[in-house]
Design a protein around this ligand. Structure first.
Ligand code: IPE
Ligand code: IPE
Ligand code: MG
Length: 249
């Protein structure tokens, strides 16, 4: 089977996969190094990174992924120089402004995981609008982890649980999960990190306990459909035991 790519090149379709992860998380790392290696400022790397979301989202739909969580800004990223932080905020605002209609028309449901507090009010409004505008779409969920930190998320959940007067003895993992930003989403099956590091950097630390982990040296702006397929293929080779015994041969 062949498919026509947007620039009219003929691409081979990838062989079908036995198992497609329902929920994939991506730690989109390496924008800065991508830019620096080209003699460009980091902002250009972030811009290239934002531009790369669209093709990877399209490929995710093509491969049958139903939830894609992208780590776009961590609570620790506030420690970066002010110009870089404001550049990242601006890029999200621009992307939401320019891409929302197209995302909606393609059936993408936008969600946000993270704290709204701390983000400027205009951007908060844009985020809430995008969520509301796309809430009935069901082709794929694009969950944007922005101003997200896993420990902060657990703290926020705990605070709300205490405020709601939940009986400590009846508090279950299921109830706790409903207080997380990812409420209603299944746990991620696969976490991909671009940029070559092997760490979680405070990403989905509650939800990813049994996710398969995949790290590639490819910088995020270069991570394409073929790279995504490679990660899914590797996922297919993993034996997910969830603490049980290996599958019979
Ligand atoms: C990831 O790229 C994007 C964000 C953290 C916002 P980086 O900016 O961390 O890129 P590197 O790791 O410095 O190359
Ligand atoms: C992780 O990348 C956060 C995002 C991709 C948004 P970082 O570049 O912030 O992670 P560290 O600092 O290398 O752990
Ligand atoms: Mg980084």
């Amino acid at each position: 089977m062949i498919r026509q790519s947007p620039d009219n090149q003929i691409e081979d379709a990838f062989p079908s996969l036995a198992r497609v992860p329902y929920h994939v998380g991506i730690i989109m790392d390496g924008n800065g190094r991508w830019a620096t290696e080209r003699g460009l400022i980091r902002y250009i790397g972030h811009r290239a990174g934002v531009d790369n979301i669209r093709p990877v989202l399209e490929a995710s739909v093509e491969f049958g992924i139903k939830v894609l969580t992208i780590y776009a800004f961590s609570t620790e990223n506030w420690s970066r120089p002010i110009e870089e932080v404001s550049g990242l905020m601006r890029l999200l605002g621009t992307a939401l402004r320019n891409r929302l209609q197209e995302l909606h028309e393609n059936g993408v449901q936008i969600r946000h995981s993270g704290r709204l507090t701390g983000i400027n009010e205009e951007l908060q409004k844009q985020i809430l609008h995008a969520i509301d505008y796309t809430k009935h779409n069901d082709t794929i969920i694009l969950n944007v982890a922005f101003n997200y930190g896993g420990r902060g998320e657990i703290l926020d959940a705990t605070r709300q649980i205490i405020k709601d007067g939940i009986d400590p003895d009846s508090l279950s993992e299921e109830t706790f999960s409903r207080y997380l930003y990812t409420e209603g989403l299944p746990d991620p099956d696969l976490i991909i990190r671009t940029g070559g590091d092997w760490r979680m950097s405070n990403f989905l630390i509650w939800q990813a306990v049994y996710a398969e982990y995949y790290s590639t040296p490819t910088y995020w702006p270069n991570f394409d459909r073929a790279e995504l397929f490679k990660a899914l293929n590797e996922y297919n080779r993993r034996d997910r035991r969830f603490g049980g015994v290996p599958d019979a041969e």
